[in-house]
Design a protein around this ligand. Structure first.
Ligand SMILES: Cc1cc2nc3c(=O)[nH]c(=O)nc-3n(C[C@H](O)[C@H](O)[C@H](O)COP(=O)(O)OP(=O)(O)OC[C@H]3O[C@@H](n4cnc5c(N)ncnc54)[C@H](O)[C@@H]3O)c2cc1C
Length: 384
């Protein structure tokens, strides 16, 4: 290993920048090089689905330019630079024709949006929004438009639906499931959010999918599998994310649903670590901010020589649907138990109780959403 080589962090999303900040709190000098395929602006990704609600343009959601981050963190930053391979034996990253040596390598390169292959000539009107550059392009395309169709009724689809309604747009949501956020919310809570969004004017087309997207005038005509036709100016595709694993797998690192790391965030490759949306940490793929913050703090210590394992607590998720405030902490998959539901219109308190009556998960909406903090204390942490 070349110990003179820098620590290299790939990715300038919340994972990469939070890690760099945590390292700098412990050590102001060790050379760090960050490499990113994008413009290196620092921003909080959760804010992308609140632009209209908060009255902010894409550029106002950016917190700092790449130049400001270089100065703040005393590091070298290579923007618009795509990693094309890893050579673990040589301790080198491959950047097209170039190679970059590392002493330690951190993969913080996020997740890819899943793109559906749908017939029709209207594809240029379909936007996936997974970073600030995507959001800028979307806001640009939205100028002078009124109608947005959203494919997907998961957390991100629902948040954009609420936000776009707050911005005055007509919103149709199309999804194959029969409820919103399946897999995240139990159905009474999902119904509450649906009712809140419908009251706001969102139209749902559930248990169907978009089969064809035809260009029509300046927008599109969508044909749904149930025979319906919808006109829209723009389409958001929010059908899910997949951790980026291909380059890691090609380099011989162990991957599964994400890049496999242990609780010290070590991959199967020597001196290579991963965190954030690309990582599967001790079997968990959690595409949220709280886990990546915990990982960044632990990994900074490890990189500084004090090997530190992550300890996940409870991981409640706030769904940013202000029309029906919602918080959820899903029970462990396969946990024996059942939901106990207290519902009054859009106010739902659903507690998942284990066999001895202990609370293992919850979903709270409407006026019960304020109970998130108290309930989180009742739910056992992921790692004891
Ligand atoms: C609209 C939206 C709303 C959300 N709201 C919430 C919320 O309310 N609460 C919550 O907890 N979570 C939320 N999330 C999820 C959360 O934002 C993500 O989990 C988190 O931001 C992921 O950060 P990351 O740094 O791991 O990945 P990313 O932010 O995706 O960063 C990946 C970085 O890697 C770079 N990169 C990728 N491939 C390469 C390559 N080959 N070479 C070089 N660079 C590369 C990219 O350019 C980028 O800089 C939301 C997500 C979205 C999309």
């Amino acid at each position: 290993m070349n110990t003179e080589a820098p620590i290299v962090i790939v990715g300038t999303g919340l994972s990469g920048y939070t890690l760099a900040k945590e390292v700098r709190k412990l050590d102001s000098e060790t050379p760090i090089v960050m490499v990113t395929a994008d413009d290196g602006f620092s921003y909080s990704k959760p804010m992308l689905s609140t632009g209209f609600t908060k009255g902010k343009e894409a550029d106002e959601l950016a917190q700092a330019t790449s130049e400001a981050m270089v100065e703040q963190l005393n590091l070298e930053l290579r923007t618009y630079t795509t990693v094309t391979g890893i050579d673990p034996d040589a301790h080198e990253l491959v950047l097209g024709d170039e190679r970059l040596g590392y002493s330690k390598l951190v993969l913080a390169w996020g997740a890819d949006v899943i793109r559906l292959s749908i017939a029709g000539d209207g594809q240029e009107h379909v936007h996936s929004i997974n970073d600030l550059m995507d959001y800028r392009a979307f806001r640009q395309a939205l100028q002078g438009k009124q109608r947005v169709a959203i494919m997907g009724a998961g957390l991100i689809g629902c948040e954009f639906a609420n936000d776009l309604r707050n911005g005055g747009y007509h919103v149709d949501v199309i999804a194959p499931s029969d409820t919103l956020m399946p897999g995240l919310l139990p159905s009474p809570a999902a119904e509450a959010v649906r009712s809140g969004l419908e009251d706001l004017g969102v139209r749902f087309h559930l248990e169907t999918v978009v089969k064809h997207i035809a260009a029509e005038g300046a927008g599109v005509n969508l044909t749904l599998a149930n025979g319906e036709h919808l006109q829209a100016d723009l389409v958001i595709s929010a059908v899910g994310l997949r951790p980026r694993t291909e380059l890691a797998a090609a380099a011989g690192l162990e991957t599964s649903r994400g890049i496999v790391v242990n609780r010290a965030l070590e991959t199967s490759g020597r001196d290579i670590y991963a965190l954030g949306d690309c990582a599967e940490v001790d079997g968990y793929v959690l595409l949220y901010v709280m886990p990546l913050m915990i990982c960044a703090r632990a990994l900074a210590k490890t990189l500084e020589g004090e090997r530190t394992e992550v300890k996940y607590g409870t991981m409640p998720v706030m769904v940013k649907t202000p029309c029906c405030p919602t918080a959820v902490c899903p029970p462990p998959p396969e946990a024996p138990g059942s939901w106990e539901v207290d519902a009054d219109g859009q106010d739902v308190r659903a507690l998942f109780r284990g066999e001895s009556g202990e609370v293992l998960g919850f979903a709270v909406t409407g006026r019960y959403a304020v109970e998130k903090q108290a309930l989180s204390k009742e739910v056992p942490p992921i790692h004891n």
